[in-house]
Ligand binder design. Structure first.
Ligand code: C5P
Length: 222
C-alpha cells in the first residue's frame, strides 16, 4: 500500500507545527518537522564557528553534520552527530541562521534524501517551506498555511512572553518579514504555494478549525 503524504508549507509562525502535530495525532500519521533539520544544521555551523555568509565554507562543513530523526512518545527528536539537539534549536539565533543557510544548495541537498525516505514508507504529515513544491511533489494532500505578519508576530510574542523571555513586538514582526522575504526570494526551492495546494489563512481561524480543514482536505483526496 502506498504511503499517504500530507505536505504543509507556509511562512514562519503560521502555526504549521502546532497544527501538523494535532492532525498527525488525529489521523495516526507521523509528523515530520523539516525546519528542525535546517535548525540542527544551523546549530552545527554556529558551534563550529563557520562564517555563514561563506557558501563554500558552509557547503564543506555541512558534510560533517549527520542529521537523523527519531521518535519518542510520538514526538520528533532531531539528532545531530548522535546528540539529541531538539531542545537547543528553538532559539531566534538558530532560526535566523537556519534561514540564512537554507539558501545554499549543498545544505538543501544534504537533507533531501532523509526527508523523502521518511515519507516513502509511512503515512506522514510533513511541514516546511518546499514540501509540496520540491520534496513531495506527489503528496496526496497539500496545504499552504499562512496568516498576516502581524498575527504571526503576536502569536510569537505571546509564546515568548509566557516563557518569560523579554521581547519586542515590532522587532519580532520585522524579523518575520525579513525571514519570509528571504525564504520566498531565494533561488532554490523558494517558499511558494504549490499549484495544487489548498490555501488556508489562519489569521481569523481557530486552531481546531484549521486542523479540521486539513483533515477534510486529506479525506477529499484519500
Ligand atoms: O520552520 P522553521 O522556522 O523551524 O524553519 C527554520 C528555517 O529553515 C526557515 O526559515 C527556512 O529558511 C528553513 N527551511 C527551509 N525549508 C524547509 C524547512 C525550513 O528552507 N522545508
Amino acid at each position: 500500500k502506498q504511503a499517504f503524504n500530507i505536505a504543509i508549507d507556509g511562512p514562519a509562525g503560521a502555526g504549521k507545527s502546532t497544527i501538523a502535530k494535532m492532525v498527525a495525532k488525529k489521523l495516526n500519521f507521523i509528523y515530520v518537522d523539516t525546519g528542525a533539520m535546517y535548525r540542527a544544521i544551523a546549530l552545527y555551523l554556529l558551534r563550529d564557528g563557520v562564517d555563514t555568509a561563506n557558501e563554500a565554507a558552509v557547503s564543506e562543513a555541512v558534510k560533517n553534520a549527520d542529521i537523523t530523526i527519531r521518535y519518542q512518545d510520538g514526538a520528533q527528536q532531531v539528532i545531530l552527530n548522535g546528540e539529541d539537539v531538539s531542545g537547543l534549536i528553538r532559539t531566534e539565533e538558530v532560526g535566523n541562521t537556519a534561514s540564512a543557510t537554507s539558501v545554499y544548495p549543498a545544505v538543501r541537498a544534504h537533507l533531501l534524501e532523509l526527508q523523502r525516505s521518511l515519507a516513502a514508507s509511512q503515512n506522514v504529515i510533513m511541514d516546511g517551506r518546499d514540501i509540496g513544491t520540491c520534496i513531495l511533489p506527489d503528496a496526496q494532500a497539500k496545504i499552504y498555511l499562512t496568516a498576516s505578519s502581524r498575527v504571526r508576530a503576536l502569536r510569537r510574542y505571546k509564546e515568548l512572553t509566557e516563557k518569560g523571555t523579554m521581547c519586542n513586538l515590532e522587532e519580532i514582526e520585522q524579523d518575520i518579514i525579513e525571514r519570509d522575504h528571504r525564504d520566498m526570494t531565494r533561488e532554490i526551492a523558494p517558499l511558494k504555494q504549490a499549484e495544487d495546494a489548498v490555501l488556508l489563512d489562519s489569521s481569523e481561524m481557530t486552531i481546531d478549525q484549521v486542523v479540521q480543514a486539513i483533515i477534510d482536505t486529506a479525506k477529499a483526496h484519500g
